[in-house]
Design a protein around this ligand. Structure first.
Ligand SMILES: C[S@@+](CC[C@H](N)C(=O)[O-])C[C@H]1O[C@@H](n2cnc3c(N)ncnc32)[C@H](O)[C@@H]1O
Length: 290
């Protein structure tokens, strides 16, 4: 049913797009006709500043519609892919619930602002499989902190430290952990964003002085600070934390469907050749320090 609705929306948008294109074309020919009526020569037409500006506007309108078309097509494709993956994600969710929280009825939701099911599944898988106590550092607290703390409580070893740059959100996450009985397995630390220089540029980034000195990271979750387009807000994570990453550490980078996060990943891999791609996790990517 959803697939049919998407196809219908797509047809309607394509229809609207051709109406707009036709109107722009009609406008352009009206301008040409008007200029002929005024008996302007082709040269005068080009020289006429006002006319050239109007023609440029119709052309940029045409380009804008083409750009909208590309974006909408990409959106449709992403929606179709998500729909096709839904049964798989649902069954993955059921498996995690069964493994981690078989008796709990209400659990903090995943997706939206929070990380998604494949991310939780990858983190829990690593925490449950390894027989060493593992340390998770999370940048950006929330539902993911709960699921990580739950996996740690089920494995009976390890710890999670989660940073949040908003004191109120840090407290919300602590309250949620306590309400769900896993507060002993994660420390949520308030870490305001402070101006820091990284490789010659200044970023507003977590104050990492709040971290315990002995923190050696086995799993790093990069889901903050919130992305600001073109500000590359999450790039400092690896340059600032690389020395604390254990060999074999997993790095979960959320939101790699965004250009900034993909750019940050490419920079890290250029600077640190032992950081390698491990898996795609829906809207996130899993890297590993080799
Ligand atoms: C992408 S969120 C982190 C989400 C978290 N890792 C999770 O999976 O739930 C990044 C930051 O946004 C803030 N935040 C969390 N939930 C939010 C919400 N519902 N609305 C606005 N900001 C939120 C918090 O300060 C958080 O550290």
């Amino acid at each position: 049913m959803m697939r049919a609705a998407i196809s219908m929306m797509r047809r309607e948008l394509v229809g609207l797009e051709s109406v707009l294109m036709r109107e722009i074309d009609a406008l352009a020919s009206q301008i040409h006709e008007a200029s002929h009526r005024e008996q302007l020569s082709a040269q005068a037409l080009t020289d006429s500043n006002a006319l050239a500006q109007v023609l440029e506007l119709t052309e940029s309108g045409r380009r804008a519609i083409q750009a909208i078309h590309t974006t909408v097509e990409r959106g449709f494709l992403a929606t179709r892919v998500s729909l096709e993956q839904m049964p798989h994600v649902l069954s993955e969710y059921q498996q995690i619930r069964h493994r981690l929280a078989p008796d709990q009825i209400a659990l903090p939701g995943l997706g939206g602002w929070a990380v998604t099911v494949p991310v939780v599944s990858a983190i829990a898988g690593r925490l449950l499989l390894d027989d060493r106590p593992l340390t998770v550092l999370e940048l950006g607290s929330g539902a993911s902190t709960f699921w990580t703390a739950l996996a740690i409580s089920r494995s009976g070893r390890g710890r999670c430290v989660s940073l949040d740059h908003i004191a109120e959100f840090a407290q919300k996450t602590r309250d949620m952990l306590r309400a769900n009985g896993v507060a002993d397995h994660a420390d949520v630390l308030y870490s305001p964003l402070v101006a820091q220089e990284v490789n010659g540029s200044t970023y507003e980034y977590y104050d990492l002085s709040v971290l315990p000195d002995d923190l050696a990271i086995d799993v790093l979750i990069i889901d903050g600070p919130p992305g600001i387009p073109n500000a590359n807000t999450r790039y400092p994570a690896i340059p600032l934390l690389y020395d604390r990453l254990q060999p074999g550490a997993l790095i979960v980078v959320d939101d790699t469907i965004r250009a900034d996060e993909r750019k940050a990943m490419a920079s890290w891999q250029g600077q640190f050749p032992d950081i390698v791609w491990e898996a795609d996790l829906g809207k996130a990517t899993l890297l590993r320090r080799g």
